[in-house]
Design a binder for this molecule. Structure first.
Ligand SMILES: C[S@@+](CC[C@H](N)C(=O)[O-])C[C@H]1O[C@@H](n2cnc3c(N)ncnc32)[C@H](O)[C@@H]1O
Length: 220
């Protein structure tokens, strides 16, 4: 089974997904379609999609942004949980993968809530800031190029409203962050982000071992 939460035995993961997640039929179909791609492991797991949808409902999120959309699983999970007037802005560099996402958004009837901006996430977030979106975002999910994570953090903090939530994916990086012999650029960048947030007094912090590790940082 792909995208299992780190270290969870396969049979426990299967059990969790059977009784702990009510996956929308379209999300199931998107997972099946994405499985055919060599990059399918980039997709978040169903328990993480359900968790993000739960956060959206608990927080009453109306304005969600996402860096790293791929075939659309996280954005569709959130879109299905948003209120009628909820709005999403997605950033991704891939037209090919997000074309799949757009097809599912349409089929789910949520396409009118979602704006996709193709291009690098840093420029995308800078664009939002230039449009005056600072302090307006309820929930930001960062799941793109790991080398830019620290740079994303500064922009995301500016964009969030007080009480808004940033979520960073892959913060445990398959466990590599805890292996001092791993000095790969992406690993180092995720370590930098983790240390940065650990001592960032602008946010409340909870890193949770769902998927490949998810850091929740709530702007104070
Ligand atoms: C891990 S996948 C996202 C998975 C997605 N959140 C999901 O639930 O299926 C990472 C995505 O980031 C995109 N990406 C890579 N570099 C990027 C960049 N510099 N700016 C924006 N997106 C980027 C890739 O095209 C890819 O679709």
């Amino acid at each position: 089974m792909a995208n299992e939460s780190l270290g969870l035995p396969a049979e426990v993961s299967a059990y969790l997904r059977r009784v702990g997640v009510r996956e929308h039929p379209l999300l199931q179909r998107l997972r099946d379609e994405t499985r055919a791609l060599p990059e399918h492991d980039m997709q978040i797991g169903p328990e993480q999609g359900a968790f993000m949808a739960m956060l959206v409902r608990l927080m009453g999120v109306r304005r969600y942004i996402e860096v790293g959309t791929f075939t659309g699983y996280s954005s569709l999970s959130v879109a299905l949980a948003l209120p009628k007037d909820g709005r999403i802005t997605c950033f991704d560099v891939s037209d090919e993968w997000t074309r799949i996402a757009r097809r599912y958004w349409s089929e789910a009837g949520v396409a009118d809530k979602i704006e996709l901006r193709l291009g690098p996430g840093i420029a995308g977030l800078d664009g939002l800031l230039a449009e005056g979106a600072a302090g307006t975002i309820d929930f930001a999910f960062v799941d793109a190029d790991k080398g830019s994570y620290p740079a994303y953090h500064e922009r995301v903090i500016e964009l969030l409203r007080p009480g808004g939530l940033a979520a960073y994916d892959n913060v445990l990086w398959g466990g590599a962050v805890a292996d001092p012999s791993d000095t790969d650029h992406d690993t180092e960048s995720i370590r930098t982000l983790n240390e940065l947030i650990a001592s960032d007094t602008r946010v409340d912090l909870s890193m949770i071992p769902i998927g490949d590790g998810l850091t929740l940082a709530r702007k104070r």
